[in-house]
Write a new protein. Structure first.
Length: 428
């Protein structure tokens, strides 16, 4: 065991030793037949429903108002008796959904999603363990161990204190990340990647790095990556083309969200297998509905994530897994913001508004539209007084400096009609 493996495993032991047990289980269930998997899903579902009814004010009301009880769900098909919920419903009822068990350790989690308004909730140890173990199983399909040297493209923050903490945590995980899109930092990141085993992060950011590598006029760097993993956004064909040219690997997909956990992971045969041990996936009019089977501290039951999918539950994958396949996912699109001189990942907007929420307790529902390079139209649902407007402009300057001209409109109606509202729309 090398020092990096020792440090990583020690960190897991300190954080959540349940990850080891869950990882071993998932390696075994990987080989289960489909009927055994369905039986397992139903047994876990029953436990979740009874627990949610007993401990969550929101779900107790949902069951009672619809005159059903957990005992009425006698099969996976019966799950349809329970009404669906969406992101707005979760945001409005977060405190009533959350189950706080003082005897358990909880982990802070948040997501901005497509609405731009952050959802804050807490995962218990078991949920956290299943989430990480699910990722590690996917890594194992590519002969990747999580403690191996890796590059991480998952946004950045200009707060010195947070950057220092992030750098330290990255060091413990043998990880390095890109903190800005300045040329010198990109060059340094690319140099480090030459000794990395895998690269992961936002799909659009992987694509941008790959493009910069492929545009190099001098000798291109050589990589020995076992895996290039894209998350959180749709992976377009052109992403694969650029990644293949730059890294010698296509971008594989890990599909999920903070509140659902990992929904599917792509196997080496190119198929996204549903992570059935932790989620139930339904397809209704091509829209995905997810039940997170391990979300006991913040139950997610029949959640309309906002994506449209196509499921294949009949084909046999050459990898041997019988877990059904998600053939296509639409609705998660990563875009680039164009400045006067430079380009920026659209998810930079998440950090602008996250900082306002965390540092100043200002939570804004927003949508940003780019019609021309070098300018952004920022639409805010709330009324902005001078102090809030100044803080918003200050946060934008941290990331874009003078490369972007802002037009801020407050008191705007951001309601989306029968479709997933995007926090960023590019008309370029």
């Amino acid at each position: 065991m090398n020092i990096r493996q020792y440090v990583y495993l020690l960190g897991i032991l300190i954080r959540n030793k349940n990850i080891f047990e869950n990882s071993d289980f998932l390696i075994q269930s990987h080989h289960w037949g489909i009927e055994k998997i369905y039986e397992y899903q139903y047994s876990i579902l029953r436990t979740l429903l009874h627990y949610a009814y007993k401990n969550s004010e929101y779900y107790r009301r949902v069951f009672d108002d619809n005159k059903i009880s957990p005992n009425d769900i006698k099969s996976l098909e019966n799950l349809k008796k329970i009404p669906t919920l969406d992101k707005e419903t979760i945001l409005q009822n977060a405190e009533k959904i959350q189950i706080n068990n003082s005897s358990e350790k909880h982990f802070y989690s948040e997501t901005s999603g497509s609405t731009g308004k952050p959802l804050v909730f807490y995962r218990n140890k078991d949920w956290d363990a299943w989430h990480r173990a699910s990722a590690f199983r996917g890594y194992s399909w590519y002969n990747v161990s999580p403690w191996e040297r890796n590059g991480y493209l998952w946004g950045y923050n200009f707060s010195f204190k947070r950057r220092l903490k992030t750098t330290f945590l990255d060091f413990l995980q043998n990880r390095f990340r890109l903190f800005s899109y300045k040329d010198d930092e990109i060059k340094n990141f690319i140099k480090k990647m030459q000794k990395a085993t895998f690269l992961s992060g936002y799909s659009s950011m992987i694509y941008e790095i790959a493009k910069k590598i492929n545009k190099k006029e001098e000798k291109k760097p050589k990589f020995s990556l076992k895996m290039v993993l894209g998350t959180s956004e749709k992976i377009f064909d052109k992403y694969h083309d650029e990644a293949q040219l730059a890294f010698g690997k296509k971008v594989i997909s890990e599909y999920g969200s903070a509140e659902t956990g990992i929904i599917a992971f792509e196997c080496p045969q190119g198929n996204m297998h549903i992570n059935m041990e932790t989620v139930i996936v339904e397809e209704e009019d091509k829209e995905i509905i997810v039940t997170n089977l391990v979300s006991r501290s913040f139950p997610i039951i029949r959640y309309k994530l906002g994506d449209y999918i196509e499921i294949d539950d009949t084909s046999q994958c050459a990898c041997g897994m019988e877990h059904p396949i998600i053939k296509e996912v639409t609705g998660r699109v990563g875009n680039v913001i164009y400045g006067i001189k430079d380009t920026y990942p659209s998810l930079t907007l998440y950090y602008v508004f996250k900082n306002l929420a965390v540092d100043y307790n200002i939570v804004l529902n927003y949508q940003v539209i780019q019609k021309n390079k070098g300018s952004l139209d920022v639409y805010i649902e709330d009324s902005l007084l001078a102090d809030k407007r100044n803080l918003l402009e200050k946060e934008f300057r941290k990331y874009f400096n003078k490369d972007i001209q802002l037009k801020i409109f407050d008191n705007t109606n951001l309601k989306s009609h029968n479709r997933k509202k995007k926090d960023f729309i590019s008309e370029i």
